[in-house]
Design a protein around this ligand. Structure first.
Ligand SMILES: Cc1cc2nc3c(=O)[nH]c(=O)nc-3n(C[C@H](O)[C@H](O)[C@H](O)COP(=O)(O)OP(=O)(O)OC[C@H]3O[C@@H](n4cnc5c(N)ncnc54)[C@H](O)[C@@H]3O)c2cc1C
Length: 383
């Protein structure tokens, strides 16, 4: 029996998951990826010194969803990994999210214990408390703690030089949890935290290695597909395509930016190879205020590679805002006006019944790896 056909546009984790699920469900899948390699934001590569890095920022698999982890393990082996992040504040180095130990180092035993009691009293059912909740609490000491975090950690990303300044507490910014009521210094809390032994690029290559999947690289999807308003259909090389079309790139591009560009924030990552065993104390160091870089990742702490005499650092500059033409979008600028613009694009997209939007760019959301996989699984299962 002839296989049904599907198109997948973009081969990040969202597109790769969708492609594999479609192939497993009996579809013949054609994929177009604009870059010359697979992976999107998850792409990793080996430096000349042998160290694997993720040039678009560190990526750690963390999930509470066993099905997601089981799915990924079909395509490569994983090692357990607990991610640790340190921040340097007022010349003191503390674990992030701030935990009981961080509060003690920063404020002394007495004040830390008072803050912890207040936190427990205000948030009895929460292990981790986001900054915006601290700021909204009626307790002046907790509001002060929130302000301290904003000033010393969150504002580091604000780039005042390029006019992209924003308040870390405004509606354009999604806060990570920032205070942990325990002593655990792990960055994530999820039940499964792991890294692929051969890296994410290799894992994704294995994922789409299926006789029913054909992938074209260096091929902008929009050079092959277009939307046809009159017939509410998607055209492939000018002819109507009958099957599902999975789109994972920015939605404004698909519609030729006709309503305007959806803004993202991005950053510049500078890579430096050093001839030393290790340079930093942990995988990620959040730098003190006023530093040239916001965050420094030392990959060897994550890859656990046994390479002596060499290490590699990835150093992130503060965010800058970019629209239309950016290379590596970090996160959507979720200001109210941009959410509205996205909804308008979504309304346009609804006119195309065969079009399915997946992933952080097409959905203009900050999805984790796990959430991206869950979304793709649900979408394909419902076809
Ligand atoms: C710096 C950073 C660190 C992260 N760390 C983690 C982490 O530790 N753990 C975690 O679970 N999640 C993390 N995430 C989220 C994770 O990257 C995403 O959930 C996941 O990679 C989304 O995959 P995707 O396929 O939806 O999108 P992507 O992989 O971003 O890309 C999908 C497609 O869009 C294309 N594309 C990219 N840019 C453009 C452009 N400018 N124009 C047109 N097409 C474009 C890509 O080539 C690809 O084809 C992080 C994200 C960032 C930005």
């Amino acid at each position: 029996m002839a296989r049904k056909s599907a198109l997948v546009l973009g081969l990040g984790i969202s597109g790769c998951t969708a492609a594999r699920m479609l192939a497993d469900a009996g579809y013949q899948v054609t994929c177009f990826e604009r870059e010359c390699h697979i992976g999107g934001a998850l792409f990793d590569e080996i430096r000349p010194n042998g160290i694997r890095i993720n040039p678009r920022g560190p990526h750690i698999l963390h999930t509470d969803n066993e099905e997601v982890f089981r799915f990924l393990k079909r395509f490569g082996a994983f090692y357990p990994y607990r991610h640790r992040v340190l921040a340097t504040i007022n010349n003191k180095t503390v674990p992030l999210p701030l935990n009981a130990r961080s509060l003690e180092i920063l404020f002394g035993e007495k004040q830390a214990s008072s803050l912890l009691s207040r936190l427990t009293a205000h948030f009895p059912d929460q292990e981790r408390i986001p900054v915006d909740l601290l700021m909204k609490s009626k307790d002046s000491k907790l509001i002060d703690l929130g302000r301290f975090i904003v000033e010393n950690i969150l504002t580091l990303h604000v780039n005042t030089k390029d006019g992209s300044s924003f308040s870390p507490l405004d509606d354009s910014y999604e806060n990570d949890d920032m205070v942990d009521l325990g002593t655990d210094d792990c960055y994530y809390k999820d039940s499964f935290q792991a890294m692929p032994i051969q890296g994410f690029t290799s894992l994704l290559e294995n994922m789409i290695n299926h006789p029913a999947i054909t992938a074209y690289y260096d091929t902008s999807p929009l050079s092959r597909i277009s939307i046809h308003e009159e017939s509410s259909s998607i055209l492939l090389d000018g002819a109507p395509f009958k099957g599902p079309v999975i789109y994972t790139q920015p939605l404004d591009r698909l519609f030729g930016y006709k309503l305007g560009a959806l803004p993202f924030r991005t950053t510049k990552i500078t890579i430096r190879d050093l001839q030393t065993d290790f340079s930093n104390e942990s995988a990620v160091i959040v730098m003190p205020k006023g530093s040239e870089y916001v965050r420094i990742t030392e990959s060897k702490h994550i890859t656990l590679q046994d390479i002596s005499g060499h290490t590699t650092l990835c150093m992130e500059s503060p965010y800058s805002s970019v629209v239309n033409g950016w290379e590596d979008p970090f996160e959507p600028d979720l200001a109210e006006k941009n959410r509205k613009l996205y909804s308008q694009y979504l309304e346009l997209a609804k006119n195309y019944p065969s079009l399915f939007l997946l992933g952080r760019l097409a959905c203009y959301r900050n999805y984790s790896i796990s959430e991206s996989i869950e979304q793709a699984m649900q979408c394909i299962a419902a076809l």
